[in-house]
Design a protein around this ligand. Sequence first.
Ligand code: ADP
Ligand code: MG
Length: 571
Amino acid sequence: MKTSEDLRQLLDRIDHRGYPAYKDTRGVYQFGKYVLSIDHVQGDPFAAPSKLSVRVPGRTAGFPKELYDQKHKRIALQDELTRNFWNQIQQYTFQAKGSGKSGIISVTRCSQEILERTACGINPGSGDVTVRFEVGFPANGRTINAGELKKILYDFLPSCVERALYYGRLDKVRIRKVMELSEDQVYIREQLEAMGLVAFVANGAVLPRESGVSQRPMKGAVPFASPKSMEVTMELPYKGKISGMGIPKGVTLIVGGGYHGKSTLLKALETGVYPHIAGDGREYVVTDAAAMKIRAEDGRSIRHTDISMFINDLPNGKDTAAFDTEDASGSTSQAANVVESMEAGARVFLIDEDTSATNFMVRDELMQRVIHRDMEPITPFIERVRALYEQFGISTVIVAGSSGAYFQVADTVVQMDRYVPKEITGPAKTAAKDYPQLELPKEGPGMPSFDRKIRSNPGLKSKGRVKLKTLGRDGVMLNHETIDLRYVEQLMDSEQLTALGNIVKHLEENVFDARKTLRQAVEELYDRMDAQGFGAMCDGSYLPGNLAMPRKLEIYACLNRYRRLGTVAKR
Ligand code: ADP
Ligand code: MG
């Protein structure tokens, strides 16, 4: 292997030359105890910065095995080390000077959620720690300024690497706490199933966020306190006893006046599918990992989806067992979101009336009298919600402040009262008795058919290399095709969207063959990702440092919003 000295000599040779000469630095170099790899060199000082990685061998990094010997612990430690590295480089970014992006040093900025990311990886066997980051190679105009790059590589980075990634240099109590929290969170998740719950919200949790643009906990918020009747207690391996509200399986209704904290509770349940860092306020809010937010999404495309359990006999005669549209209505989009999530393996639906299509959720008694059932294509969710649970085992948590119709079908009713939940199942059921009984459809819903076969999109391949672009948290582009993901609300981070773009590209280029169904294609890829990590979705020679793992549910959600999804026509 080449050494840091070789690189230094190379840099001296190319100093003051034209920027493209930097390309020669690509390679792997032994830097004292760690290895620096220059994976990709930018074409000019104004382009996206160069991609580098550092690998610290396990014996140098020195993390005790018990801190990363299981996947969840490893991901939590990787997250912590990424944050450390981010903190370290703040004092050095742009300290080396020059034109354009010269001197920038950047790594993923982690969110409140703990996600598996390419920014940092720990090899479970060797304990090697790899960090992937970007550096703007310095130039004056378009002339190489090697002296400034030497500052970064020989002065700044060694200090960052040692202070962020060497166990001996870190606060051992803090690192241990990261592992302990991760273990406790996994324990709660395991207990959910054993206790027949879909979610746990600890007493004392802080659910509201600081603001619409800050995910930090709100200061001075009313801490969460479970109603006594719903309180469960667990004995966590490290924290010990913890009590909180257990939301049971079945149909749970959250009601209450406007502004009393209903949506805030539901949002906490939505993000509770991911673990949160210490101090977030939601670190002991844990939701079934297969819980899916369902909302209306006017204008989305639907490709060959069987929405017949909700929509039938459309006046235009369209087939709703393999429904296609380029521009869905509120109710059809929400129906598709339900059915596609069933295909993806959702076990819990999370629904907020604020973001639902009213005609999808309910049809009131008076309207049923005037417009006969036979004239209405929509079977509203209220008439299916019990069957979804009883036939398919899928629970639902619904926020509904404006209609009492769901009282009849709910197993549990929770009222939010000035941010404090109260269980009111008894009184709600009693009140509902005086109202006309809901008339359920005579037949239960059949399992929708999930047999859509997918062919690859010839248009994409004929253009040669597929170009990916991530539009922040809003969507991804494959060439000129945008996949709108704004309303897939449990995507937390733009890096998850970048990963989804890679996944769609990989499936298009290597998997879709007109024989596999969507489900087969996704399940096979997901199994490979589970075993091989990000390598399974990236075809390049190195891993980029800007990917975060999405859930399987969001892989389905992304493909279902891909307007060019090549569904093969039935019959
Ligand atoms: P709803 O859906 O019932 O109308 P929201 O959940 O939107 O109410 O909450 C209304 C407001 O109250 C929001 O601005 C939210 O940040 C704030 N809020 C929610 N929960 C709490 C809490 N526990 N303590 C203080 N403020 C809260
Ligand atoms: Mg609300």
